[in-house]
Design a protein around this ligand. Structure first.
Ligand SMILES: Cc1cc2nc3c(=O)[nH]c(=O)nc-3n(C[C@H](O)[C@H](O)[C@H](O)COP(=O)(O)O)c2cc1C
Length: 234
């Protein structure tokens, strides 16, 4: 059974490596029958809110620069505080993430945690990589999936002296495809489950959980935004 789901991949890439991972994630998601996928850069995203607000799943990724997500991607994250956060437009959507660095460790975990925290602020459902650690046996090699051994999301590695034509390597791109497929499948499962239960596809319109309401529903954007006018109340 093919369940239609909309998936958006939002990414930043300063020097042409992370875009390869973003494309691979999109390829993987598009391989699932019923999934429609769009790639949007972090710089374009503020002009594409309608697309993002309508998505079932948003997969986000950026290179790790100085131990955290690159500045243009952080600018996109901050831009979501005005409408998407205040009105909880992304509540109940699926989120997943990826990063890329020149180093094997390279503090990439911090970037994945940053993405996961961002998703939680938006009350999204985080989907992890869903794969064991890679290259940790005497008989495994660099061509294995998840060779850098992350679990929160996908983390690639591109040698600094190589261009995006050859780095990150095929094993990372195949790991990224895996993440894309997994997110599309989980999005379909959630969408089909909600349809069976008679629940809306996403609940962004009515807002997320209301701290004052034990039922946890129905807060309006104006009620939520009791802070300084125009600023998100984090
Ligand atoms: C300003 C800057 C800071 C960086 N900091 C890190 C880092 O903390 N960890 C890491 O593994 N790589 C780091 N790198 C390397 C990049 O993450 C790596 O080159 C990556 O492939 C760049 O992706 P892009 O081509 O999509 O911009 C840094 C690169 C730059 C330019």
């Amino acid at each position: 059974m093919s369940v239609p789901v909309k998936i958006v991949v939002v990414y930043h890439s300063g020097y042409g490596h992370t875009v390869r991972i973003a494309e691979a994630v999109a390829r993987g998601a598009a391989a699932i029958n019923g999934a429609s996928v769009e790639l949007v850069t972090a710089e374009q995203a503020p002009g594409r809110w309608e697309l993002l607000d309508a998505a079932d799943a948003i997969i986000m990724g950026a290179p790790t620069y100085m131990g955290s997500l690159s500045a243009p991607f952080k600018a996109f994250m901050d831009a979501t505080s005005h409408l998407q956060y205040v009105e909880k437009r992304w509540e109940g959507k699926i989120a997943a993430g990826f990063t890329n660095g020149a180093s094997r460790g390279g503090d990439k975990q911090n970037s994945l945690v940053q993405l996961m925290t961002f998703a939680a602020q938006h009350q999204m459902h985080w989907v992890n990589l869903g794969m064991n650690y890679g290259n940790n046996r005497s008989y495994t090699n660099e061509d294995i999936l998840n060779r850098d051994s992350y679990t929160l999301g996908m983390a690639g590695q591109a040698d600094m002296d190589q261009s995006g034509d050859v780095a990150p390597p095929s094993s990372d791109l195949r790991t990224a495809e895996f993440l894309g497929r997994r997110v599309a499948e989980v999005a379909q499962e959630l969408s089909a489950g909600r349809a069976i239960l008679g629940r809306p596809a996403h609940r962004g319109v009515s807002g997320g959980a209301d701290n004052q309401d034990p039922e946890g529903r129905g807060v309006t954007a104006s009620k939520r935004n009791q802070g300084v006018a125009g600023l998100a109340t984090v």
